[in-house]
Ligand binder design. Structure first.
Ligand SMILES: CC(=O)OP(=O)(O)O
Length: 607
């Protein structure tokens, strides 16, 4: 090595990240991470260190970054609490299949196994969350292990963990590239496709069905328009999973939206009468609730055969890319005459979407949540990025936010990590500095991470933060309602003046209490963020529940459809009582809403 240039092992490691196109890393320093901190300083022209104020925020930001970009995102924490604080964000990444690299500080190798300050066996803790989980054993292997970790994170769309004894980072090693990234690394795997026989088999099943429904997930990718074509051609309504929102355009009359808890009425009702469900690139975590309500034939199309039968026993499984499946069905099928069932589904959908429009256009004093979404939609640019926190905003944004494939939006879908909105928005703005970014958070979720508003200030990230604040964990309150808890418990939270908190951090802000104040607040948010500064709107809303369409139950017996409200709903002591479906709708401002039975009768659907 004598006549060869050398560099610190930690610098060699960061150069591996740079070679993989990493532009920033999220973390907070600690003594056991100082060799990497020194390297981050040395490499600061090429790799930005983003100083978050809690490791959990860094790990969630990395998860959101990877979900938004599809590329490896990096976070770090030092030994002990720095490492343990990362876990929640790393699980978030694991559950949503995001490639994330976590660099973990460890005490110097010379002190390991002496119960040294902040020392603990870190790898066992990360065993469950990680697809790759290694302790670096020599300084020379540090950059290699990190390169391998990135490859594994990409391969398995998961979390790779590298634990680094601090002293190794200081050791001079040969100045070599340590990675050989090439365009091939980013090549997409060839996707499985649908055979002619499979397409014909499913078309035959569709012909035999009276009420087929397509349940599409994000596996449809860019194939939304093709799916719309198929839906029209075969007269099959589309129900989406939450994550497929925006992939099939909302203004298509046959797109009923999503079923179950965060649901649209027509989707819930039509799903409730389906006799054939085609799950298309969909991993639906509420399948146990929705798929098991009544018998139907089930076709599953997925690029991962290991998913077959995961949510429902299969009548027919096709190992295929979703869009390829749609294209094959288009090529093999003849157009179907308009069917009464499809007509009824479309009319039901129209009735519901008109109700949603009405709800956003109302004047409300005190403020209710729906008009806020009207304002967001008004000022949102066509390619805006939305980071939405866990809680009612998930349901409400599914229902009320206008999203097209030009937008990006990110949520914590399977892990449902409260405190996701703010870190997600930080990631959005760092990775897409030219795009408008919204953070939409409830007061409970926001206050779990609000110290990191200062990060928006520090890096001048012009995020529009909207805090829907009702001093209640409203989503959890609904869950308590749904199990008829006699007394709500633990869901009241103290009011906080978030606008004042923002101001104390040097961030401009405003408090809104009625809908007539919204337009001015959102205009101000637009002006301030266009000038390159973050803004916060503290929207003091009521703690009302949106119409819980998941309480609607369909039954077909003796050739007759009946629709009712679940017995559970009416046993509830806190929600508005309703003796009929019509009364139920009226209790939620929906006098004009009609049950599916009405649309079946109108269209002459024969059962
Ligand atoms: C988790 C939760 O209940 O959040 P929200 O109050 O925003 O619905």
């Amino acid at each position: 090595m004598s006549n060869q240039n050398t560099i610190p092992a930690s610098v060699a490691m960061l150069r591996v990240l740079e070679a993989w196109g990493v532009k920033h890393v999220y973390g907070y320093p600690g003594g056991s991470f100082n060799s990497t901190m020194a390297a981050l300083d040395a490499e600061k022209e090429r790799l930005k260190y983003v100083q978050i104020r809690h490791e959990q925020v860094g790990a969630i930001a990395a998860s959101a970054d990877a979900k938004l970009t599809g590329k490896i995102a990096v976070t770090f924490g030092s030994a002990g609490p720095g490492a343990t604080n990362l876990l929640t964000g790393l699980y978030d990444a694991r559950e949503d299949h995001a490639p994330v690299l976590a660099l973990i500080g460890q005490v110097p190798s010379t002190n390991m196994n002496y119960n040294y300050f902040q020392e603990f066996a870190e790898n066992p803790m990360f065993e469950d969350v990680a697809v790759y989980n290694r302790l670096v054993m020599t300084p020379e292997s540090l950059p290699y292990v990190v390169d391998k970790a990135i490859r594994e994170a990409y391969k398995y769309s998961g979390v790779a963990v590298v634990v680094i004894p601090n002293d190794f980072g200081y050791v001079q090693i040969a100045d070599e590239p340590y990675t050989s990234t090439s365009p091939s690394d980013m090549k997409k795997q060839p996707l499985p496709s649908t055979t002619d026989e499979e397409a014909d088999h499913v078309l035959e099943m569709i012909k035999q069905a009276k009420r087929p429904v397509i349940h599409v997930g994000r596996g449809i990718g860019a194939g939304g328009e093709k799916l719309v074509e198929l839906s029209k051609k075969l007269q099959i309504p589309i129900v989406t999973t939450g994550l497929a929102k925006g992939l099939v355009r909302d203004d298509y009359e046959g797109n009923l939206g999503f079923a179950n808890r965060a649901a649209m009425k027509a989707a819930q009702e039509v799903f409730g009468v389906a006799d054939l469900v085609i799950a298309l690139g969909a991993d639906f975590p509420f399948a146990n609730l929705v798929y098991r309500t009544h018998p139907f034939k089930f076709v599953q199309v997925d690029i991962d055969r290991a998913q077959f039968g995961r949510h429902h026993y299969l009548d027919y499984g096709i190992w295929s890319d979703a869009t390829d499946f749609v294209e094959k069905l288009l090529a093999h099928s003849e157009a179907v005459e308009p069917t009464p069932f499809f007509k009824a589904a479309v009319a039901d959908n129209k009735n519901w979407r008109e109700y949603l429009d009405k709800m956003t256009n109302r004047e409300t004093d005190p403020l209710e949540f729906e008009p806020i979404y009207k304002e967001i939609n008004r000022i949102a640019e066509p390619d805006a990025i939305f980071s939405i926190d866990v809680g009612d905003n998930i349901i409400n944004s599914f229902r009320y936010l206008d999203i097209t494939p030009k937008n990006k939006w990110t949520i914590s879908s399977l892990f449902a990590t409260m405190g996701y909105g703010l870190p997600g928005a930080i990631a959005g703005k760092l990775s897409y500095p030219d795009r408008q970014v919204f953070n939409i958070s409830g007061d409970g979720a926001f206050s779990m991470v609000m110290q990191d508003l200062i990060t928006e200030k520090k890096y001048q990230l012009p995020v529009i933060n909207i805090i829907t604040s009702n001093t209640t964990l409203n989503f959890i309150k609904s869950e308590q309602d749904d199990i008829n808890m006699v007394q709500h418990s633990g869901i009241d939270i103290e009011d906080q003046d978030f606008a004042m908190i923002a101001k104390a951090m040097g961030i401009e802000s405003v408090t809104v209490r009625k809908s007539s104040e919204l337009a001015a607040a959102f205009d101000q948010a637009l002006a301030v963020t266009k000038a390159g500064r973050p803004f916060l709107i503290d929207a003091k809303i009521t703690a009302k529940r949106g119409l819980p369409v998941e309480e609607l139950e369909m039954k077909i017996e003796d050739g007759k459809l009946t629709e009712s409200i679940s017995a559970n709903y009416n046993a509830n002591h806190t929600l508005p009582k309703a003796d009929s479906v019509e009364e139920f709708f009226a209790a939620y401002n929906g006098k004009e809403l009609k049950p599916l039975t009405h649309f079946f009768d109108e269209a002459g659907v024969e059962l």
